[in-house]
Ligand binder design. Structure first.
Ligand SMILES: [Zn+2]
Length: 114
């Protein structure tokens, strides 16, 4: 199956990215969903560690200083070749390369489902 390609990227509302795909689907992504699912190695590691802390009740619950802010602001979106978009957050990660596969997977999900 060919990789889906965005044909239009724009605003889908307040703090929502809307992507129109070449397969005809239209997907809205809240900034919070995207910030929370940053696929870079740093963020993945941070999320894994947060999970481990959760499963260890003896560990002190401390706020994670590197976690994405409650109200992330998207600074820019850039194309990466023909397979991904790079999202840069105002506060937070600048290394997130979101492959089109990942974006299709996130389509229609809320930030509580990821
Ligand atoms: Zn990241």
């Amino acid at each position: 199956m060919a990789l889906p390609q965005p044909i239009e990227i724009g605003k889908g509302g307040d703090r929502v990215v809307r992507i129109k795909w070449d397969d005809g689907s239209l997907c809205d992504y809240t900034f919070r969903l995207l910030a929370k699912t940053c696929p870079c190695a740093n963020c993945r590691k941070r999320r894994e560690e947060a999970e481990q802390k959760k499963s260890n009740p003896l560990q002190l619950r401390m706020a994670d200083p590197d976690a994405p802010p409650e109200d992330p602001i998207l600074k820019k979106i850039e194309w990466v070749g023909n397979y991904a978009l790079r999202l840069t957050w105002e506060k937070g990660c600048e290394h997130g390369i979101y492959s089109f596969d990942l974006l299709k997977e996130l389509c229609g999900k809320s930030e509580d489902e990821v």
